[in-house]
Design a binder for this molecule. Structure first.
Ligand code: ADQ
Length: 499
């Protein structure tokens, strides 16, 4: 239902459809506008970004803008505004065709695989770009009338690269920041993306670009400093000017203290007890991921298979639990990954299962945070082995949930952004399943003293890179001096699923 009284623009006259010319200045009263593909839903957040974003100022006004999740015959002309659990949310509907080209098409069949260096899994249908562009234009048209001149706009992720350009073309002069949750690709992978030059030019319209890791900043800088001419031209390539755009690494994190608390909550303990009953003396090896080819799941199961094959003593004394709810399952490559994983798990069961012992359990459903935290705490080893990952929050959450007196071991891919944060994990090359299998053995055999030492270093890093400070440091850089840190009423907002 449409609100008659628009809380987003309360205390103001309704904004004209084009923003007044202003100097893009920010003040201590500037509102924060978060824009992401999906807006937060009514239930608990799950999957996709599914990342806790601390709202930095409890008293601070602002709102969230994004797609409603609804498909309609006609694109919305205006955003609908709703109060969702005290959060002001403005949403637009998209047409089925636009959504397909923008989301399953350009975003998730071109940008996602290319940025994860999986060009072999990209479907390069360049016409999807038109839908991607149209949706970004529609976002800009829907957002613009809601903006005040000094609003600070924080745009999230690869679905919305052109949004600053689109907003600026309509007259917006606000400070606009962009955060890329996935890795920034190498130049070669970027060149494989249709219209990559335009996209990079779009990025140059942001005031601040936040990337996950130093590795990503290096890749961005490499592109910016050595811009290659387009493949066929006839026209002189115009170098993109990034001189007005700041680019830096802002590694995202979790809330480790919250996970430490949740992991001993009654709901978590219930899950722990259930699991302990079924595990008996077996040590738990845990994987928690969205089912995605970037997460290295078949390689992980192969490494586990090698552990069992090469270490007969491990059989019956360990159990792998892989939790991997499906995501983006309308996309062929995701269905294929799911089929491959089913087959791999079946193979390991066929080789090693006994009437009274199963080597693994594969669960395809999402769990609430307490159950996850309980599983994390119980697991002697977390296998976090993506082939490439922006950050990987499961690694952070696992560390936060450990029992300080008897912590587990994190086996972590060197190709996750998290590897820069957690050098004290057992870092592995996930493509090398012998190496991962050996790290797994080391983790299972690791003496308590070493486990404690490593975990203490990991926990210190998880605290240092917590999600609250992540949001503050990004917004502080985007709009220096505009954050009132004295605020004591801090809310926790959850980024909605964009998976
Ligand atoms: P994702 O690719 O989704 O996020 P990740 O960082 O691991 O990857 O975040 C997954 C989130 O979903 C975690 O908070 C986790 O708890 C939750 N989750 C996973 N499986 C779950 C399950 N079965 N049940 C319930 N919850 C589950 C993208 C990028 C990452 C980047 C994040 C945040 O791909 O690299 O770290 O955004 O920026």
């Amino acid at each position: 239902m449409r609100d008659r009284w628009n809380p987003i623009t309360r205390n103001t006259k309704r904004q004209p459809s084009t923003i007044d010319v202003n100097k893009g200045e920010t003040s201590p009263m500037s509102r924060i506008v978060i824009v992401s593909n999906r807006t937060p839903g009514k239930g608990p957040a799950a999957g996709g970004l599914a990342v806790a974003l601390r709202k930095v100022l409890g008293e601070r006004e602002g709102f969230w803008f994004g797609w409603s999740g609804k498909l309609s015959d006609q694109p919305s002309r205006e955003a609908r505004i709703e109060d969702i659990g005290g959060l002001q949310v403005a949403q637009i509907d998209l047409t089925r065709d636009d959504h397909h080209a923008y989301y399953a098409g350009f975003s998730n069949s071109i940008l996602w695989p290319s940025f994860h260096l999986r060009l072999d899994l990209a479907t390069i249908e360049s016409h999807w770009y038109e839908g991607y562009r149209r949706v970004n234009h529609q976002f800009a048209r829907g957002l613009l009338p809601l903006l005040k001149p000094d609003d600070i706009i924080w745009v999230h992720d690869y679905h919305l690269i052109p949004l600053a350009s689109e907003l600026r073309q309509l007259g917006a002069r606000n400070r606009i920041g962009f955060y890329l949750h996935i890795p920034f690709p190498t130049s070669d992978a970027l060149y494989a993306v249709p219209h990559h030059e335009e996209l990079m030019r779009d990025l140059s319209r942001y005031d601040l670009i936040g990337l996950q890791a130093r590795r990503d900043v290096a890749a961005f800088t490499e592109f910016a400093e050595h811009q290659a001419p387009s493949t066929f031209g006839g026209h002189e390539a115009r170098a993109i000017d990034f001189s007005r755009t700041e680019v830096d690494a802002f590694p995202i994190g979790s809330d480790p203290e919250a996970f430490a608390r949740i992991a001993v909550s009654p709901a978590a303990t219930k899950m722990v007890r259930r699991m302990q009953r079924s595990l008996g003396e077996q040590r738990l090896i845990l994987g928690v991921d969205r089912l995605d080819y970037s997460k290295g799941l078949p390689q992980r199961v192969e490494a586990y298979e090698k552990l069992l094959a090469n270490n007969a003593r491990m059989r019956r004394s360990v159990h792998l639990l892989q939790v991997a709810p499906p995501s983006r399952d309308t996309i062929k490559e995701y269905q294929e990954t799911s089929d491959t994983l089913d087959a791999m798990c079946g193979r390991v069961m066929g080789h090693f299962a006994e009437p009274d012992w199963q080597p693994l359990t594969y669960v395809k459903r999402a769990y609430g945070q307490p159950s996850l935290a309980g599983l994390y705490r119980l697991a002697r080893v977390a296998l976090v082995t993506p082939l490439r990952d922006g950050m990987n929050l499961v690694a952070h959450e696992y560390v936060g949930s450990q029992n300080p007196a008897d912590p587990g071991v994190l086996v972590l891919s060197r190709f996750a952004g998290a590897a820069e944060i957690f050098p004290d994990a057992l870092l592995v090359n996930p493509f090398d399943t012998d190496e991962t299998s050996e790290a797994l053995r080391m983790a299972l055999d690791m003496p308590l003293e070493e486990r404690k030492q490593r975990w203490q270093a990991l926990m210190a890093a998880a605290r240092k890179y917590n999600v609250d400070d992540w949001a503050v440091s990004f917004l502080d850089r985007l709009a220096p001096g505009s954050l009132d840190r004295s605020s004591t009423t801090r809310d926790i907002l959850y980024l909605a699923s964009v998976a």
